[in-house]
Write a new protein. Structure first.
Length: 106
């Protein structure tokens, strides 16, 4: 019974830390770039798009498709950085807890 109570206490503590981490991740910004820095995307670590910066030389009607592809690539770069950050923080937060492998908490 002591083990169950101890585990429940740890779960509640982890839940509070997870909520705090969620708020922190929403405030952290990551930047993705593509086209040698000609397109930049800023996102929260949780994936909310915050801004897009496009080099003026890319804004030509005949190059719209290239620009669209570069924006998608920059967004993908930023999202990957955010996901790695979430994974690192989750691992640090749950260290020592018996969580099954592959269980996604976010």
């Amino acid at each position: 019974m002591k083990d169950l109570l101890g585990m429940m206490s740890k779960v509640k503590e982890m839940q509070a830390r997870m909520e705090q981490m969620q708020a922190e991740l929403d405030a952290i910004e990551v930047e993705g770039v593509s086209g040698g820095g000609m397109v930049k995307v800023v996102m929260s670590a949780k994936g909310a798009l915050k801004g897009v910066t496009i080099d003026p030389s890319l804004i030509k009607p005949e190059e719209a498709e290239i620009l669209e592809d570069l924006i998608v690539a920059a967004h993908s770069d930023a999202r990957g950085k955010g996901e790695r950050l979430i994974q690192e923080r989750t691992q640090a937060l749950t260290a020592g807890l018996p969580i099954p492998p592959g269980l996604k908490l976010f």
